[in-house]
Design a protein around this ligand. Structure first.
Ligand code: XMP
Length: 518
């Protein structure tokens, strides 16, 4: 919370763009943090908590029963407030304005005319046109007292409102998306001219303040268990904790039998060698595989894996006095895809370290990356001195190969997918494609197909290869890998991995698909 004193708080009303607001502000060199709009901490905010507040857009309508509300105390803090789309409507509603569904709404791209160059529009010429991305929401039809209309679309639809004296502003469009041509200028006006934030934030500051927060949370005697998977996130968390509390950190590498080729050896050599941390490797393969036997539902798999991980950590903690903290590499996208203010129906996947935790968790959680996106975590990893080879690795999901084997998980099927994945990833490295894709992996499908090998009929399994490009994992495109390369991978997998006679390439994007198959 400390960094927030010099930064901007974003209250999330469920917009798919909320994350972009945070990024844009951090890109301006200002710290920004996102809280759910119904976060209990909202009622305890004071004028010193943040330099300004942004209310995000959202899918709701203020008239719908149970629509997320704006805690009115936020408008009395005396700090600048910007409502974007639904945020503007919620603010107007809270201040006594009227919000209605009208027929004159505009969708997508629109031209905005500045009527009065104040607030977000400061520095624009009155009557200047600029292209923005409009929202789909209702419209504010009567402005709250003290507000004036400062921008509208060329069709006369209200686009911007301002109460200059109270420093409260609203826009019906999304300044955070790249289609809004002057988006950065609007946000700069809010962040610098109105909120008077300093351009002082960078990843090094994040390291310092995260270290301080961890020390405060853990106290002088607390011990922390950190689950290490060898992926980017948990490695960065471990390095951060090591810096904060030194040898009061115990890293636990759980060999759950669901890891990639030689992963356990790799992680051991990097962490013991590079950092000298206390690393315990626990072989829990049997426990995981017996609990997963016969389970083919993806959510069920994630929940079981989340629970068994915790049971293993609890056993390790029993031997360490005062080990009541558990550190995890939870990222912001894991949080929004797992829990949603819109209720369970909008949960996409229970990322195992968020939605998959057992209810009787006996640890206090430490999640220093909860506000960050993957590419920001990589910058953080570099600032902490982690080797490039580790920081630039593809993401690997906590539930490991379990969500890449569709259907039953058995030792045999794990060996099959591990071998195919190894060939694919090695091939990407050898042919220079590894760093041009965000993530790549092999998936074992629950079907068999007919093939012919050396005049013999075969009836064997199918491996799907998946490679995507992305910036943050929230949206992704299929990677356009050369067909020649894919053909080479197919030949190698079918020839070298017993039990596979067909390889396919997944060409779907996210959305509508997700990156992982489960
Ligand atoms: P999806 O499949 O949801 O994945 O498009 C987005 C990113 O998140 C990773 N992922 C997970 N990571 N626990 C994790 O730690 C999980 O349960 C999980 N599920 C997906 C996925 O690999 C991709 O990078």
């Amino acid at each position: 919370m400390d960094e927030l004193r010099n930064g901007v708080l974003i209250l999330d009303y469920g917009s798919q763009y909320t994350l972009l607001i945070a990024r844009r502000i951090r890109e301006l060199g200002v710290y920004s943090e996102i809280w759910p709009c119904n976060d209990e901490r909202v009622t305890t905010l004071t004028a010193d908590s943040a330099k300004g507040v942004i209310l995000s857009g959202g899918p709701s309508s203020v008239h719908i029963e149970g629509a997320p509300k704006l805690e009115s105390s936020v408008l009395d803090l005396g700090v600048p407030v910007l409502g974007i789309c639904y945020g503007m409507q919620a603010m107007s509603h809270a201040l006594g304005g009227s919000v209605e569904s009208t027929t004159s709404r505009e969708y997508g791209r629109a031209e905005v005319v500045v009527k009065k160059p104040v607030g977000l529009f400061e520095g624009f010429d009155a009557s200047e046109h600029t292209t923005v991305w409009m929202s789909h929401g209702d419209s504010v039809t009567k402005l709250p007292e003290g507000f004036e209309r400062v921008a509208e679309t060329t069709n006369g639809v209200l686009a911007g409102i301002a109460n200059v004296e109270k420093q409260q502003f609203g826009v019906q469009f999304h300044p955070e998306v790249s289609h809004t041509v002057e988006g950065a200028r609007f946000l700069e006006n809010f962040v610098f001219t109105q909120c008077r934030c300093d351009q002082s934030w960078n990843m090094r500051d994040f390291v310092d303040s995260a270290v301080e927060t961890i020390r405060r949370q853990v106290g002088d005697t607390g011990q922390v268990i950190c689950g290490l998977s060898g992926g980017v996130d948990s490695s960065v968390v471990a390095a951060l904790l090591h810096r904060a509390i030194g040898d009061r950190l115990t890293c636990v590498l759980v060999d759950n039998g669901l890891m990639r080729h030689k992963e356990v050896d790799r992680v051991r050599s990097i962490f013991e060698g590079h950092f000298g941390v206390d690393l315990r490797v626990v072989d829990a393969t049997e426990e995981f595989l017996s609990r997963l036997a016969g389970v083919d539902d993806p959510e069920q798999k994630r929940k079981i894996i989340g629970e068994v991980f915790i049971r293993v950590f609890e056993r390790v903690a029993e031997g360490i006095p005062n080990a009541k903290f558990l550190a995890q590499g939870t990222l912001y996208p894991d949080v929004i895809e797992s829990v949603s203010i819109r209720g369970p129906s909008a949960t996409i996947k229970s990322h195992h370290n968020v939605g998959g935790l057992p209810e009787d968790l006996g640890f206090d959680l430490i999640e220093p990356l909860r506000e960050l996106f993957k590419d920001e975590v990589r910058v953080l990893g570099r600032a902490l001195g982690l080797p490039a080879d580790m920081v630039d690795r593809h993401p690997f999901p906590g539930p490991g190969l379990a969500v890449r084997i569709l259907g039953d998980i058995t030792k045999e099927r794990l060996d099959t997918i591990r071998a195919a994945d190894h060939i694919f990833i090695d091939g990407l490295r050898e042919d220079g494609h590894y760093h041009s894709v965000w993530q790549a992996f092999a998936v074992l499908l629950p079907v068999r197909t007919v093939g012919v090998m050396g005049d013999q009929r075969t009836y064997e399994q199918v491996v799907a290869l998946r490679a995507v490009t992305s910036q943050d994992g929230m949206t992704a495109d299929r990677a356009y890998l050369p067909m020649e390369f894919l053909g080479k991978m197919s030949d190698r997998i079918i020839n070298e991995v017993p039990g596979v006679n067909r390889v396919v390439y997944d060409v779907s994007s996210k959305p509508p698909a997700t990156i992982e198959w489960e």
